[in-house]
Design a protein around this ligand. Structure first.
Ligand code: ASP
Length: 408
């Protein structure tokens, strides 16, 4: 996509977010009528996720040539993912301890939502189980990305060892990947109107501006804690980008379409096609991006990790349960795991938070008070999740200098 078209779409998306917010605020439930347009856009994006992930990873990894380079790329990527996620959780804990958003709150014992109640047994072992699926088609049908990623990595590694017959298959996936990127470029033209409708619908569903403000003020300190924590992490990632990845402001501007789409869809997975397109346009090494971005969209969730820690502590404070240093260390570890285990779909973090609450014996009913504003905070944490992935791709690019000239 040319720079002119990309900027045109960016302005369209900004207008879509503003107009969507205005429509949902003023028309309340009436704005729900535009939902179908947003669904069309989301479905079009989701349609591309599985073929995009498979073709990107296979062509990306196979083109690394030497399988040892995968080890290097994997090492850099995982080191970045873990270190930034740890910092995000630490920021969440510091903010929640300073602001004490739940102190003095009177809890109502709200009912658990069905999705959460059905997952009460979710545990750490479950996270590992989600990595392998006995049936790849089932995983694809349910957009379970992690098993598909793992399979694609192993398949690509096998291809690189086959010599000539392997090359034919790699060039097939390479062509298929290029076709997917073209198709995503077309879908992007739908983004402004799609995001308009997603924002208008979600705000309208809450009953419009006044009802929304009431919800926000009920747990205002919690909202303030999470948003200021996320803003701090955003600045931290900016610094990583400047100092470690060696990128400038242009990279942030170039990623805006993806960040606003993340805000509009509240889904890292649905945003993935657009994240890849933006990263590519910013001249990031494609081999690095094709590996790091699909993986990042499902396991690297800084915003979610920060949220899980802050929300769990908020619940403890609201119930008047004192959590000392050792309990907070457990929150630190489990919030990281819960974020890794969360799928890149709307409000997935709320479900995996059970892991954190169970680990320190907090009442699951506490999730009830977070529900009213979770959809709103989800948009901010998803934006940080996607930004974290984009910076991760830039870091991987920085440490793979030999590849820069050999882009496909
Ligand atoms: N919606 C988030 C994402 O897709 C996950 C979550 O925190 O609920 O990245």
């Amino acid at each position: 996509m040319s720079h002119k078209h990309a900027m045109f779409i960016l302005y369209g998306i900004i207008a879509g977010v503003v107009a969507g917010g205005f429509t949902g605020w003023h028309f309340g439930e009436g704005a729900v009528k535009v939902k179908w347009i947003g669904d069309l856009f989301l479905d079009a994006l989701k349609m591309t996720i599985v073929p995009l992930v498979i073709t990107s990873i296979i062509s990306g990894i196979a083109s690394l040539g030497d399988i040892r380079r995968l080890g290097k790329l994997g090492g850099i990527t995982l080191a970045y993912y873990f270190s930034t996620t740890f910092i995000a959780v630490a920021i969440g804990l510091v903010f929640v301890n300073i602001i004490q958003p739940g102190a003095g709150l009177q809890l109502s014992t709200a009912h658990l939502p069905d999705t959460v109640a059905a997952n009460e047994n979710a545990g750490i072992g479950h996270i590992f189980q989600t990595m392998i699926s006995p049936n790849l088609f089932d995983a694809a049908a349910h957009t379970k990305i992690l098993p598909i990623i793992l399979f694609s990595i192993m398949f690509a590694a096998a291809l690189t060892m086959l010599g000539k017959p392997g090359e034919v298959v790699v060039s097939f996936f390479d062509g298929a990947n290029k076709a997917m990127l073209k198709l995503i470029g077309w879908i992007m033209y739908m983004a402004p109107i799609g995001i308009f409708s997603l924002v208008a619908y979600r705000l309208g569903k809450e009953g419009g501006g006044e009802a929304f403000m009431n919800e926000i003020t009920a747990v205002g300190w919690h909202v303030a804690t999470v948003i200021s924590g996320l803003a701090t992490h955003f600045v931290f990632l900016l610094m990583v980008m400047f100092f470690v990845a060696g990128q400038g402001w242009g990279y942030l501007v170039g990623m805006l379409r993806a960040l606003l789409t993340a805000f509009g869809t509240a889904s890292s997975s649905a945003t993935l096609p657009i994240t890849m397109e933006c990263v590519r346009e910013n001249n990031i090494n494609e081999r690095a991006a094709r590996f790091t971005l699909p993986l990042g969209s499902t396991i690297n969730m800084d915003g979610t990790a920060l949220y899980e820690a802050a929300a769990a502590m908020f619940i403890a404070q609201a119930y008047g349960i004192e959590l000392g240093i050792s309990a907070q260390i457990i929150v630190f570890i489990t919030a990281t795991l819960a974020a890794i285990g969360a799928a890149g779909i709307p409000e997935a973090g709320l479900v995996t938070m059970i892991i954190v609450l169970n680990a320190v014996g907090l009442p699951l009913e506490g999730i009830g008070i977070l529900l009213a504003v979770d959809w709103f905070l989800d948009r901010f944490r998803t934006t940080i999740n996607v930004w974290g992935d984009a910076v991760g791709a830039a870091v991987a690019h920085r440490f793979m200098p030999n590849d820069r000239d050999a882009q496909s």
